[in-house]
Design a binder for this molecule. Structure first.
Ligand code: SAM
Length: 259
């Protein structure tokens, strides 16, 4: 599906000029997920981060080059990180085999042309290409689907099949689930698997772009139903065990290919 760039430069289906203002407040990198990504980067010294956003998960001990089309997201990058280059995955302004490794986190589902973007990542990288994305099938098992089916359907409809990503990254690409910790600081929907009250916060929802695509009536219904079930105990009767479950294997996957 082709998208023109939004007024702030956003190149994917989401307009971060509208929804991105509080993104970095709710989407703080989680140290346990960061450790998984760092391990996948191996001993790379130079790392390209595509769809870099506000810089979550950029390793501080390597030379990072960030690419981010949305001005609103670029503006949220903290001062200690490199300024991001205004470009898109589908046309990376770098020579072949320029970086030791590349990463693309929570972003491939938004690209206009996934195959071209992943081919570009491989072209400019000598070593591992690390993609973190949601498995659209696994996503549908999350309890959120009971309350906001439209949000989950929208999210799973945007996420490319994991096998498509893996195939594009080469024959040896490996896929592994990324466990989500109970107190995950990176507020994507499943991060609240054991803290459902957090999803009653409208800013927390806005930090997950799928919510920006559904009708306001859907959101109102979600808030009303979840609040009712939390107050009345119905959510806890069905899912209360999640409140103390240390990790959740949800839809998050790490897909690592080598050039
Ligand atoms: C959910 S955010 C993730 C940001 C960051 N990687 C993180 O982990 O927090 C998705 C990002 O992908 C960017 N994006 C969307 N389409 C893109 C494209 N075609 N090329 C590069 N980045 C894109 C968006 O502007 C947005 O900043």
């Amino acid at each position: 599906m082709a998208h023109t760039r939004h007024h702030d430069g956003s190149a994917g289906d989401a307009d971060y000029g509208t929804i991105g203002a509080t993104y970095s407040q709710y989407r703080r990198p989680d140290p346990r997920i960061a450790a998984t990504i760092t391990a996948a980067l191996g001993d790379a010294r130079s790392v390209l981060n595509v769809g870099a956003g506000a810089g979550s998960y950029e390793p501080l001990d390597r030379a990072v080059t960030a690419v981010e089309p949305s001005a609103s997201m670029r503006a949220q990058r903290p001062g200690h990180l490199a300024e991001a280059i205004d470009a898109v995955a589908e046309a990376l302004p770098f020579p072949d085999a320029h970086f030791d490794a590349a990463m693309a986190l929570y972003t491939v589902h938004q690209w206009n042309d996934l195959a071209r973007g992943l081919a570009e990542l491989r072209r400019v990288t000598r070593g591992p290409v690390v993609v973190m994305s949601g498995d659209p099938v696994a996503l549908q098992s999350f309890w959120l689907a009971e309350y906001a089916r439209e949000v989950v359907e929208r999210e799973s409809g945007r996420c490319p099949p994991v096998a498509t990503i893996a195939n594009a990254l080469g024959r040896d690409a490996r896929v592994s689930p990324v466990p989500i910790p109970l107190d995950c600081t990176d507020g994507f929907n499943e991060a609240y698997y054991g803290r459902p009250e957090r999803l009653l916060d409208s800013d927390a929802r806005l930090a997950c772009s799928a919510w920006s695509f559904v009708d306001p009536d859907v959101v109102d219904r979600f808030v009303r139903d979840l609040r009712r079930d939390l107050d009345g105990g119905a959510w806890d009767a069905r899912h209360g065990h999640l409140r103390t479950q240390p990790e959740y294997i949800g839809s998050l996957r790490l897909i690592v290919g080598h050039r």
